[in-house]
Design a protein around this ligand. Sequence first.
Ligand SMILES: NC(=O)c1ccc[n+]([C@@H]2O[C@H](COP(=O)([O-])OP(=O)(O)OC[C@H]3O[C@@H](n4cnc5c(N)ncnc54)[C@H](O)[C@@H]3O)[C@@H](O)[C@H]2O)c1
Ligand SMILES: C[C@@H](O)[C@H](N)C(=O)O
Length: 384
Amino acid sequence: MEFQAFPVVFSFYRLTLKRWMMLVMQLLRGTVKHAGSSAQCSVKRLSSSVGGISSSSQQSCTDTDHPKVLITGGLGQLGVGLAKLLRRQFGKNNVILSDIRKPPNHVYHNGPFIFSDILDFKNLREIVVNNNISWLVHYSAVLSAVGENNVALAKEVNITGLHHILDIATEHGLRVFVPSTMEAFGPSSSSDPIPELCVQRPRTIYGVSKVHAELMGEYYHHRFGLDFRCLRYPGIISADSQLGGGTTDYAVQTFHAAVKTGSLECNLRSDTRLSMMYIDDCLRATLEFLEAPADTLVSRTYNINAMNFTLHQLIQEIQKVLPDLKVTYNVDSVRQAIADSWPMALEDSAARRDWGWKHEYDLSELVQTMLTHITTGNQLAQAY
Ligand SMILES: NC(=O)c1ccc[n+]([C@@H]2O[C@H](COP(=O)([O-])OP(=O)(O)OC[C@H]3O[C@@H](n4cnc5c(N)ncnc54)[C@H](O)[C@@H]3O)[C@@H](O)[C@H]2O)c1
Ligand SMILES: C[C@@H](O)[C@H](N)C(=O)O
């Protein structure tokens, strides 16, 4: 009899214990809120997909729990998508996009946007102070192909601009995210996949400025305690954002040409193999890395990797859906030399181990998603 009653009694106690723990949790939450703590909100992830962007969402956070985020260079390929993801997580008014260009209407009307030139130190400091910024995502940059055509501008934006960001972030105790790139490596780097730590002798001003950013950020972290965070992104592929003049733009242009004209002139050799990532994976990685507790980060600069393919493989995959696509080659020697110096894959086991990085898109999913997005129009703009 006693034996049979045991599960019932046990369940009763387990239920009571659970209720009691919930009560304690509620009380604790109340205490934290009343104490006016600026602690970051504890994150509870729910897998969701909004407007084509796989996202994580958060439960039971109040406005005061959220970081206040400034994104510089926000009108490029990545900034608008990141703002959208962060706004879903932290609230529309807690994420400010900024750039030196005038935003399109759908961006202007869908959340805070301000002018900010990262070369204007005083103005940048004013924005950080007036808006109580706590996280800074530094996306302003001059990318590889444009940088080789205007070295002076690349030096100014990518190096002087970075110094402003690091100084202001240190002065105001911000968490700062600066993306690096697979272009921070070079022809003398170790063979593929490229490890986190190896020889870095890039041959473009863009690559040199990104190595500089990694080293300066890590120096500020060790010397001044700056919460500097950096991911080396592969080439990012997106359907509906504006491209900034990178060497990897060819991959995005390949999709657009395939859908819109049915013919494609490639400016790289067909055997060019590079490390690539779909934008949703890149933005999710950025958010997850920004949220990672500082004590889980063994390093301050991590590689992230998803897939790699040659131009020939990409075209073959697209031709499974669009068999009539015509392809010709007209190799641009400057872009080819840049691409030849880049890695085919980044070794990213440290990111997977330390903060749980995991990519979701491989080549066939990438092709299906890109063709669907381009065919059905500008999904990102419509969702705003
Ligand atoms: N897109 C990729 O494939 C890729 C890959 C690796 C790393 N990254 C890095 O990610 C970041 C964002 O990349 P993206 O592709 O969106 O770049 P992008 O070139 O598309 O956008 C950069 C933005 O910076 C702005 N900018 C230029 N000068 C400025 C200034 N003085 N002040 C403020 N803003 C200024 C530009 O107007 C532009 O909107 C960059 O740091 C880039 O190096 C991108
Ligand atoms: C790879 C990367 O940093 C950028 N997309 C470029 O091509 O310059």
